[in-house]
Design a protein around this ligand. Structure first.
Ligand code: SF4
Length: 315
């Protein structure tokens, strides 16, 4: 797979673009995830024409439609930022991004819980950075996260699963449109989807089953929306345990009663969160390889992202 293109707030790459001339280098993003992705850096404040260093800014007013204002001289930067951001998101369409990683808490780049000050100078953490809001409205299905939330292993696993899934889907979009390609993609992603959202699993199954009755464009559009919505739902030990038990069913006739007992215990220990997901997954992978189980062998759920990222060691 070629590298995944992700937008990112420039300061997270270690570039000295912050208002104080500093950066916010995040080593996981550059050194670890960076091996698999190609970053497209975006610094809204510098790209809309502000110098380095510059006066700090914050959001003021109504949290749903705040103004971007410099903190000391009270210069209102809202209009120039909005004008620039609307053009920039159109430029970004060309990049074919599979996700965006924002700098948390920034009045320009923060994706949630950014401070918005009221007329008395009191902050509420209910805002969205000015550029982040415009980007998320322009690309509503794009996976987005901020570097702070990515320290949470479950959110990290979810985000990275989504960007890899979107990249695989984009590869399908890059081929000649055909119902068979959608059906094949769905067949490989069924258990991944089930681990996130049993409801979407049902709906998408029905959509694919009637694929031949739908115009191709409509099929692709509906499938893409449901795919991104389904993966946005968080997995849980209970949902994963259900998928693992479902997989175990494929070995019913092949495992000895001791092996079955062991696998059941491992799944149960994972469900109770005594052990991480990687343990039952490794055991199932072992049986998939040993018995060359054709349906499970193609399931992305067993290897949704590179093992080296160790994401399932912590969830
Ligand atoms: S938070 Fe956003 S605007 Fe601020 S320095 Fe980083 S990239 Fe630039």
């Amino acid at each position: 797979m070629e590298k995944i293109k992700l937008g990112i707030s420039t300061c997270l790459l270690g570039e000295n673009v912050r208002y104080d001339g500093g950066h916010k280098l995040d080593r996981f993003l550059t050194d670890t995830l960076g091996q698999y992705v190609e970053y497209v850096p975006v610094c809204p404040e510098v790209e809309c024409g502000l110098p380095i260093p510059r006066e700090a800014m914050h959001l003021e007013g109504n949290p749903d439609s705040p103004r971007l204002v410099t903190t000391r001289t009270k210069k209102d930067m809202t209009d120039s930022m909005v004008q620039w951001a609307r053009k920039r998101v159109i430029d970004l369409e060309k990049e074919d991004l599979c996700g965006f990683i924002f700098k948390s808490d920034s009045p320009s780049s923060g994706m949630e819980r950014v401070k918005v000050y009221n007329e008395k100078g009191m902050p509420v953490k209910k805002g969205v950075g000015m550029f982040a809001r415009i980007l998320m409205e322009h690309f509503p299905l794009l996976p987005v996260e901020d570097e702070g939330r990515l320290h949470d292993p479950k959110l990290r696993d979810n985000f990275i699963e989504r960007i890899f899934a979107l990249k695989r889907w984009r590869e399908v979009l890059g081929r000649k449109e055909s119902r068979g390609n959608v059906v094949d993609f769905h067949a490989r992603h069924k258990l991944l989807i089930l681990s996130h959202s049993p409801k979407h699993y049902q709906t998408m199954g029905k959509l694919v089953a009637k694929a031949k009755d739908l115009p191709l464009k409509e099929l692709y559009q509906k499938y893409q929306t449901l795919l991104m919505e389904s993966l946005y739902s968080k997995t849980s030990p209970r949902k994963n345990a259900n998928v693992l038990q479902h997989m175990m069913g494929y070995f019913k006739e092949l495992l000895s009663s001791d092996e079955k007992q062991e696998l059941l215990e491992v799944i149960e220990n994972y469900r109770k969160e005594y052990i991480p997901l990687i343990v039952p997954i490794t055991l199932i992978n072992h049986y998939v390889r040993k018995y060359d189980q054709p349906y499970l062998k193609q399931q992305v759920y067993l290897n949704p992202h590179p093992l080296e990222l160790q994401l399932r060691n912590h969830v």
